[in-house]
Design a protein around this ligand. Structure first.
Ligand code: HEC
Length: 156
């Protein structure tokens, strides 16, 4: 009983985090034939997961190991799926914030994805059992967001 109330509370908080996130951004309809729409949706899911993790780290919602693990696994799933979603030669999409460096420095971009996979895999293999462990895991994993965005994302 107690744990189901806790799960409900976490689910409610997660919904809030997601809707707060989605509210500030344009939603893009995923189109199976358009990798740009797929990667934007994947990144938005990563953003929502990171939002849940940071709310736990800030203490605005209670630490819940299974919810933290689900968020980290979602980020790992995104990392695993990224490499095929940036084909060269697509028509320019004004909704995309992908930087030209993705194609001019393809090796660098691939290395950034490989690091994102490795760091999120660690978080998956050693699921955090406390908020301190979550902080440790995300201090490494979270660095990927900033580093890759700085090199491979432009402002629109
Ligand atoms: C290996 C590179 C890479 C990593 C690592 C990465 N991102 Fe991204 N991210 C991108 C690229 C490229 C885009 C732009 C995609 C596009 O618009 O085509 C993007 C876009 C986004 C967006 C904007 C989606 C939208 O609505 O347009 C969010 C939010 C985001 N990333 C969150 C994160 C978070 C949080 C992390 C870390 C947990 C992260 N990303 C890690 C490459 C990365």
């Amino acid at each position: 009983m107690k744990s189901s109330i806790r799960i409900l509370a976490v689910a409610a908080a997660a919904t809030l985090a997601v809707s707060a996130y989605a509210g500030g951004h344009n939603l893009v309809t995923p189109d199976i034939n358009d990798p740009v729409t797929l990667r934007i949706n994947i990144m938005q899911n990563v953003g929502a997961s990171a939002g849940l993790v940071s709310a736990m780290m800030k203490g605005t919602i209670p630490f819940e190991p299974l919810a933290a693990q689900a968020a980290l696994v979602t980020i790992n799933t995104a990392a695993l799926g990224l490499s095929g979603l940036f084909p060269a030669g697509m028509p320019e999409n004004m909704r995309s914030s992908a930087a030209p460096a993705i194609w001019t420095d393809a090796a660098g971009f691939k290395a950034a994805i490989a690091k994102f996979i490795a760091d999120s895999d660690d978080a998956k293999l050693f699921p955090p059992e406390s908020v301190e462990e979550l902080r440790d895991a995300f201090s490494v994993l979270g660095g990927n967001c900033k580093a890759c965005h700085k090199a491979f994302r432009i402002k629109r």
